[in-house]
Design a protein around this ligand. Structure first.
Ligand SMILES: [Fe+2]
Length: 239
């Protein structure tokens, strides 16, 4: 490549975390907004988005809510000929309701072969988090912790995250965390996880179109760029 040629921006190719089903959680409110974001994704080189509506005490979505919403968005994707595949899973909030669901062998929305995206409370570490991870694993699922860098109760310490890694949990870090979108502590943790080679997935965690520019900024961060070009990142395997 000639020195004057600008290197094309790398992306994870498959995004694994977003809130793009209209009006079912704290993500996009309308179909038009969802389509605007998906066009933005396609423009920056994302080929597939696995959108992950919250299943959370504040947003008690069911599989039907998510899949029927997905169908509506997919109809518009086809009608507008957008070059992007949209699929759906969920972002499960780990609480006693979810724990019960896992124990009862209820259906869990997953992506790829067996990946289940989970999140914890941001403020308090749930005492049974590890037990829930273990239950998921014994059902043959591979838990993926959403935005490990953003849990405030960590107070910048990696210890809990390292323990979870030992248990076999995978980490999905938010791309814009690398450029400080969520503050300096999440940025530092994202960088530490990168340096320790503990990042398995990158995700946008997009909730609205206004986050597209910071997503692009994140994609230009040298660590994100390196990850997107490396075989370590599992996103591409989901294409
Ligand atoms: Fe999320």
């Amino acid at each position: 490549m000639f020195g004057w040629q600008k290197k094309a921006m790398a992306t994870p190719v498959v995004d694994v975390h977003s809130h793009l089903i209209p009006a079912i959680d704290d993500g996009v409110r309308t179909l038009d907004k969802s389509i605007e974001i998906l066009k933005g994704f396609s423009k920056i080189g994302i080929k597939k988005a696995i959108t992950t509506p919250h299943i959370h005490p504040n947003y008690p979505n069911t599989k039907d809510d998510i899949l029927s919403g997905l169908e509506v968005v997919n109809e518009r994707i086809q009608a507008e000929n957008i070059d992007l595949e949209l699929a759906a899973a969920a972002e499960y909030f780990v609480d006693d309701v979810f724990m019960q669901r896992v124990k009862e062998k209820a259906e869990i929305l997953h992506f790829g072969p067996n990946y289940v995206l989970v999140e914890s409370s941001f403020l308090n570490k749930p005492i049974y988090f590890e037990a829930c991870i273990f239950e998921l694993q014994s059902r043959g699922y591979q838990p993926v912790l959403a935005h490990p860098e953003r849990y405030r109760f960590l107070e910048g310490e990696l210890e809990w995250l390292l323990q979870l890694k030992e248990m076999g949990i995978l980490f999905q870090v938010t791309i814009s965390s690398f450029v400080g979108f969520y503050g300096t502590i999440p940025q530092k943790i994202a960088i530490s996880l990168y340096e320790r080679r503990l990042i398995d997935f990158l995700g946008s965690d997009l909730h609205g179109f206004n986050q597209i520019s910071v997503l692009e900024e994140g994609l230009r961060h040298k660590m994100v760029d390196k990850l997107c070009r490396s075989a370590e990142l599992k996103n591409k395997s989901l294409l």
